[in-house]
Design a protein around this ligand. Structure first.
Ligand SMILES: [Zn+2]
Length: 116
């Protein structure tokens, strides 16, 4: 559905980086094999977000909120991460002042969907 960079505070904390990059897919279009570890936090939007990660190596895998039937899958989990091309930046109001934002893609101060 979309490939994006999220600059919200929660994505910064969970990724240990200035932003998290992922692609948005419908939950119904995905199948999770195995049992990831997870935790739930309050997102920048105020809603709950559940973040899943590999319990062995700690790699962030995906996240989903309680409001929309979509999930964000972290791009490094792709077989070919070079195919990831962000289409927009969200929560730029929370971006670190030293983060370089691309003028080539739309920027949203919050989430255009109201989610995290
Ligand atoms: Zn975020």
């Amino acid at each position: 559905m979309a490939m994006l960079n999220c600059h919200c505070s929660d994505c910064q904390l969970s990724s240990g980086a200035p932003f998290a990059s992922g692609f948005i897919v419908a939950v119904a279009a995905t199948q999770v094999t195995g049992v990831p570890s997870s935790y739930t936090v309050t997102a920048a939007s105020g809603g709950k977000t559940t973040r899943s990660f590999c319990g062995t190596c700690g790699t962030p895998l995906f996240a989903h909120g309680e409001t929309f039937p979509v999930m964000s899958i972290r791009f490094p989990t792709l077989d070919d991460p070079t195919s990831f091309k962000p289409m927009l930046d969200i929560w730029t109001s929370r971006a670190q002042p030293w983060t370089c934002l691309s003028p080539a893609i739309p920027q949203h101060e919050r989430s255009p969907s109201g989610g995290a």
